[in-house]
Design a protein around this ligand. Structure first.
Ligand code: HEM
Length: 248
């Protein structure tokens, strides 16, 4: 008899309370944290198929940014007086500094491209359909994380282009519905430009030292933690759901 389709919420919260020993075992087998490595994988799920390696390439570029970013952290200080000078030092005085900086920058640009093309591949092969719709949503979160990495990293050199680019980007937050002073319902809610979403993000009425530290801590700590958790769940679901493209 055909199984009834699972409700979407059961794909996210996969089990109810485990009451029998079998159900308790299932919790361990199905949980990413308790059992990251699935206990069983169908043979065809291990084949390299028509994925164009785009997910793998994205992950490889992610690793490159992690290693080069850690090296850049040795010199870079997220303080207004030092940030730009540290970037100049890295480019002209530090051994292999310019190379490390450029590899980090290009890998960062590259990952945005590979992730978007990976997403298109998943879309055009219909790989977002059940049972992979949960992994599609995990992927959308990963896309937002990658874009947030790019946006926060852009400010760090604290040169003219990064300052004005980020200023334009963060100014848009004043126009977000309900949360921005200039956005729809902003004035009805009594929001002021010096107390809305933009100020919450920047930590101040304008782009300054607080914004630099916030963007730095997002870029080197908060976003990486989110990225690692979402990547773990993403890879675990790829293995559990099976890679559709491998069968094409
Ligand atoms: C940092 C970002 C990402 C990394 C490192 C990553 C990595 C991977 C890898 C290694 C695979 C298996 C091989 C492949 O299909 O290429 C995969 C599959 C998949 N990814 Fe991603 N991915 C990312 C972002 C995304 C995004 C933005 C989406 C969609 C919104 C997405 C949705 C999926 C889905 C649904 C699958 C299963 C495809 C299938 O079974 O054919 N991923 N991902």
């Amino acid at each position: 008899m055909a199984k009834p389709p699972q409700e979407f919420k059961h794909k996210i919260f996969r089990t109810g309370l485990p009451r029998t020993p079998e159900q308790r075992l299932q919790v361990a087998r199905r949980s990413v944290f308790l059992h990251l490595h699935p206990s069983r994988i169908a043979a065809d799920r291990m084949k390299i198929g028509f994925t164009w390696c785009l997910g793998g390439l994205s992950f490889m570029l992610f690793l490159v940014t992690v290693v080069t970013g850690a090296l850049l952290m040795i010199y870079y200080r997220p303080v207004l007086e030092n940030a730009y000078a540290d970037m100049l030092d890295l480019s002209y005085a530090v051994f292999l500094g310019r190379f490390t900086r450029n590899v980090h920058r290009w890998a960062g640009h590259g990952i945005v491209i590979t992730v978007v093309v990976h997403m298109l591949r998943v879309f055009y092969t219909g790989s977002y359909k059940p049972p992979r719709e949960f992994n599609w949503i995990v992927g959308v979160c990963l896309l937002l994380i990658v874009l947030a990495f790019a946006f926060t990293g852009y400010l760090l050199p604290w040169d003219q282009i990064s300052y004005w680019g980020t200023r334009v980007g963060t100014h848009l937050l004043h126009s977000v519905p309900l949360l921005g002073a200039d956005g729809p319902f902003g004035s009805a809610l009594g929001l002021k430009p010096d107390g809305d979403l933009a100020v919450f993000v920047l930590g101040d009425a304008d782009l300054g030292p607080r914004a630099l530290v916030r963007f730095y801590s997002l870029h080197v700590f908060i976003l990486p933690v989110f990225a690692v958790v979402f990547l773990m769940v993403h890879f675990w679901r790829v293995r559990k759901d099976g890679n559709l493209a491998a069968k094409l």
